[in-house]
Design a protein around this ligand. Structure first.
Ligand SMILES: Nc1ncnc2c1ncn2[C@@H]1O[C@H](COP(=O)(O)OP(=O)(O)OP(=O)(O)O)[C@@H](O)[C@H]1O
Length: 255
């Protein structure tokens, strides 16, 4: 199991004063959360509630204007940025694969940047592509445009896993996939996480995905934590914001 947890301690983020002299908007306010090592936490909340901003603080892409984020007990700012980004995998909806590179090279990119030997890269690329359920012989020489959206997403995940990160940030990783492919990916990810053990922060708009994959579910509203619950408590919660969310996404089909 991953031994590295993540902690957000009274984290806020306010945009700088604009060119018009108006004070910047506060996107996150006093967020405190603890992601236990080896567990998955889902972040839900309406569009613009601050989920991505919060997630990007873990790998130092966004720096809090107040409070602190610690990875493995050490403030993000005290980590060497390159080493931190190597120990924190990042998967996004658009995958960010390099279009002119093969699946094998995309999967092994982080290893290439880390200066690993060719033999190491080849072996590990094959291993991680196997972990995400892609047949190496069939796919290694293809380019991203020769893959389906689900396959591209698998390669993106393989790439994020290549350096064996302790922490995995996933920002709507399956948001663009059809429901059946998405369900397959969720099953694959759940099996994979049971085997490799990571501390995962998953941004999603899909409540069922959150309940299937995560032990904890955090609801953000207007940049604040509206609820922080064990996944099994979500559907029976009396928190009005959670109840509203659940009834909005699980509404009955009109007769
Ligand atoms: N650098 C920035 N400058 C100006 N506004 C920003 C900046 N970064 C984020 N925002 C705004 O902050 C708010 C929160 O953005 P964020 O991407 O964190 O939301 P989100 O909950 O992830 O949304 P979504 O679910 O749509 O991805 C949004 O209104 C966004 O437009």
């Amino acid at each position: 199991m991953a031994a590295v947890g993540v902690e957000f301690a009274k984290v806020s983020y306010t945009l700088p004063v604009g060119a018009d002299g108006q004070p910047g908007r506060t996107l996150l306010r006093d967020v405190s959360l603890r992601l236990e090592a080896g567990t998955t936490t889902a972040l839900l909340g309406r569009s613009g509630s601050g989920k991505t901003t919060l997630l990007r603080m873990v790998n130092g892409l966004v720096t809090p204007t107040a409070g602190e984020v610690c990875v493995g007990g050490k403030p993000v700012g005290a980590h060497d940025t390159v080493a931190l980004r190597r120990s924190v995998g990042y998967v996004i909806q658009e995958t960010g694969l390099f279009p002119h590179m093969t699946v094998e090279r995309n999967a092994g990119m982080a290893l290439e940047l880390a200066g690993r030997s060719r033999a190491d890269i080849a072996a590990r690329s094959a291993e991680v592509l196997g972990l995400v359920g892609m047949d190496f012989a069939e796919f290694s020489d293809r380019y991203p445009w020769q893959l389906s959206g689900g396959q591209r997403q698998r390669v993106g995940l393989a790439r994020a896993l290549a350096l064996e990160p302790d922490v995995l940030l996933m920002d709507e990783p399956f948001g663009a996939l059809d429901p059946l492919t998405r369900a397959e990916m969720q099953t694959m990810l759940r099996d994979l996480l049971q085997r490799v053990g990571k501390t995962v922060l998953l941004v999603t708009h899909d409540l069922d995905e959150a309940l299937y994959l995560a032990e904890r579910v955090v609801f953000l509203a207007n940049g604040e934590v509206a609820a922080d619950l064990a996944a099994r408590e979500v559907l029976i919660s009396n928190n009005p914001q959670v109840k509203d969310y659940v009834s909005a996404v699980h509404r009955a089909v009109p007769a």
